[in-house]
Design a protein around this ligand. Sequence first.
Ligand SMILES: [Zn+2]
Length: 71
Amino acid sequence: MMLLSVRFGLSNRGHLVVHVGDHKFIKHECYRKKVRWTCSKRIQLGCRASITTHDSMIVRSFLEHNHGTPK
Ligand SMILES: [Zn+2]
């Protein structure tokens, strides 16, 4: 698997977000200690990329975006 830089942060609106490489993911749902994040372009563009984290580590990832990296 590629090494990606993962940074947790807050969006302008105060939502928890995680940056993976150049893409931004928004908290979608959490169960137990795992959190599922979906691409910030999911609603807008129907992007299906998502990741699951556990204790700040990515445990599952689907990183096939249907769009380029936002600049
Ligand atoms: Zn995407």
